[in-house]
Design a protein around this ligand. Structure first.
Ligand SMILES: [Zn+2]
Ligand SMILES: [Zn+2]
Length: 411
């Protein structure tokens, strides 16, 4: 998925400090204490929180997010833009987890702490004027170590932790519906502090290309790959890696062709909500700048499974994908601005797919709903138009949840 790489490169160029690739967080330290913890669900929660918090900042209703925000975080958010009138169209382009560890806090006792770095875009309204903002922010989280993660259908709902109704606290932070008060961080994650690293008002440059510097790096296999593969085969008696990677290849091809067409409808059923939102953002950005990124002669040359992980709710498989294609960018009137119309490019990326844990394989094809078998027609929120099932959370089959560049992937 070369263009995403190019775009990403341009985005990071504006950040002065060059970063070493971040090693993957060791989620096992949380899982050892919290059997409900799922990295997939945590990411969902964090994406949602980022969007909702910025919208609340625009509505001047940060108080309604106070279950998840410490005082310093609220102050930092208010300082981001004084006289704010609205924030909308929040899109997270990338989110990196780092610095996961244990610490001690007053009131909460032992906590897990971690840092999330967001690259995002939103529209701010100040003095009646809209402005696009491209931002990079560090959010520092903590949560009481002995807390138990919330159930899958509730972790990313930002409702009252106590009663599940929409959270409208009184002045002391107590829910007016159920009368319960939780110290932020006690039962769910809280943001302690927020730092803006970078803020710009111009869109990313889409017209320069960079070589794939990671293509020749050795493939990173998880040290427990064979162990995990065996476990997966024992848990799922119908597990066939070839069948699964067949679906991955299918998704790869749909993604490349949808991207080239600047129409992602066909892709909708095969990506998680957040990744789809991210891809939609880039397609719109090309459109906005009057550009088309054309991909031709796409060939997925090799696919290698490198990591298998499971938590209570999800299975995840990461593959390294090698591909070649002709890749160039033209203006709407057809002038070449980037790339080469005839030369092939080669690159590799690590793609992570997720599926509900223990979901059985089915006999439907990729152009059918994996639940009801009807011809695949899906709403933008990811539901089958016939049976209404949500297909993009991995409940019925594998969906793509993350793409990492080869030089950024650390295992
Ligand atoms: Zn309540
Ligand atoms: Zn269906």
């Amino acid at each position: 998925f070369y263009f995403y790489y190019v775009v990403h490169k341009n985005k990071t160029e504006t950040i002065v400090v060059a970063h070493e690739p971040t090693p993957p967080p060791n989620w096992d330290i949380i899982r050892a204490q919290d059997e409900n913890f799922s990295a997939v669900l945590f990411r969902d929660f964090a994406y949602t929180l980022f969007s909702k918090v910025h919208e609340a900042r625009g509505n001047r209703k940060l108080k309604n997010m106070s279950q998840f925000l410490g005082t310093k975080a609220i102050e930092a958010l208010e300082r981001l833009q004084l006289n704010i009138e609205d924030v909308h169209s929040v899109i997270v382009g990338a989110m990196t987890v780092s610095d996961l560890s244990r610490a001690h806090r007053n009131k909460l006792g032992d906590v897990f702490t971690l840092r999330l770095k967001f690259e995002a875009n939103y529209t701010e309204v100040v003095n009646g004027k809209e402005q696009a903002v491209y931002t990079s922010q560090s959010w520092y989280f903590c949560r009481k170590a002995s807390a138990l993660s919330r159930e899958p259908d509730r972790i990313a709902s930002l409702d009252c932790i106590g009663c599940g109704s929409s959270f409208e606290p009184d002045t002391t932070g107590t829910c007016q519906h159920c009368g319960q008060h939780y110290e932020p961080g006690e039962a769910h994650w809280r943001v302690d502090s927020i730092y803006q690293i970078n803020r710009r008002q111009v869109g990313p440059a889409l017209t320069s290309s960079a070589p794939d510097v990671g293509l020749n790096l050795e493939t990173l296999f998880a040290p427990d790959y064979w162990e995990q593969k065996q476990r997966m085969e024992e848990e799922n008696t119908d597990f066939k890696m070839e069948e699964i990677t067949g679906r991955f290849k299918y998704i790869f091809n749909v993604l490349q062709s949808s991207w080239s067409d600047r129409n992602l409808n066909k892709l909708r059923a095969f990506e998680t909500d957040h990744l789809f939102q991210n891809h939609s953002y880039w397609v719109r950005e090309y459109e906005r700048q009057g550009l088309r990124n054309i991909l031709k002669n796409i060939d997925l040359e090799k696919i290698q499974v490198v990591k298998i992980r499971s938590d209570k709710f999800y299975d995840a498989i990461t593959c390294r994908m090698w591909a070649g294609m002709v890749d160039y960018t033209i203006t709407n009137s057809g002038d070449l601005v980037c790339g080469n119309r005839s030369k092939r490019k080669h690159f590799s990326e690590y793609w992570t797919f997720i599926r509900g844990r223990g979901v059985k394989s089915h006999d439907k094809t990729e152009s059918q709903c994996p639940n009801c078998g009807a011809e695949l027609r899906i709403s933008m929120s990811g539901e089958c138009e016939y049976c209404g099932s949500k297909l993009t959370s991995g409940e019925f089959d594998w969906v793509l949840s993350e793409i990492q560049q080869d030089e950024e992937y650390t295992g």
